[in-house]
Design a binder for this molecule. Structure first.
Ligand SMILES: Cc1cc2nc3c(=O)[nH]c(=O)nc-3n(C[C@H](O)[C@H](O)[C@H](O)COP(=O)(O)O)c2cc1C
Length: 169
């Protein structure tokens, strides 16, 4: 079966996961573009990866645009964010908000740890991040505000890889 990993990423965290996943699976790896590329119709299995900003999944528009074609494929997806994987309800809310109902049933989601390098953030993102950290009740918020966050773990992709390998052969 022919497969592709399609991703959307602002600072490269999701790109890194997408490359790891594509390399392990032997799939193509393509960034979603503003004109709706790539066209998923030539693939049997599609893995979709996008980071989360203010509750929005970056691959949302691409998935909506291709919903009709995607509905005929084997579908897998992942989010990349700083919300811990254990916060199941928060992740479910992001999926519900960002994925068309008709597709949601057909997609299996995984949630990977993201990263924030404060020095690399664009002005508006840095402002947003600092505001969120200032309002946060988390005991780590001050430290995160100063040093950023790095929860990227290559091992996180293992369950997704095992599932796709067993179903897309
Ligand atoms: C301005 C801003 C808003 C964010 N909003 C969220 C959010 O709503 N929920 C969340 O869990 N993570 C949030 N994050 C964390 C990102 O999802 C995380 O940094 C991710 O690794 C970014 O991946 P990318 O480099 O592929 O875009 C936010 C980060 C920034 C800088």
């Amino acid at each position: 079966m022919k497969g592709v990993v399609v991703y959307a990423s602002h600072y490269g965290t999701t790109r890194q996961y997408a490359v790891w996943v594509a390399t392990e699976l032997g799939f193509e790896c393509i960034e979603a573009g503003s004109k709706g590329q790539p066209d998923p119709s030539g693939y049997d299995c599609v893995v979709m990866g996008g980071s989360v900003y203010a509750g929005g999944w970056l691959l949302r528009k691409w998935a909506e645009r291709h919903a009709g074609v995607l509905a005929q494929k084997r579908l897998y997806a992942f989010t990349v964010s700083t919300t811990p994987a254990a916060k199941v309800e928060e992740h479910a809310a992001v999926v519900k908000r960002n994925v068309p109902a008709a597709l949601r049933e057909a997609i299996r989601f995984w949630h990977f740890g993201g990263a924030i390098d404060v020095g690399r953030l664009r002005f508006f993102h840095r402002l947003m991040f600092r505001m969120v950290m200032s309002l946060s009740k988390s005991p780590d918020a001050r430290e995160h505000k100063r040093r950023g966050i790095d929860n990227v773990r290559r091992d996180d992709i293992r369950p997704l890889i095992d599932t796709v390998r067993s179903e897309c052969r």
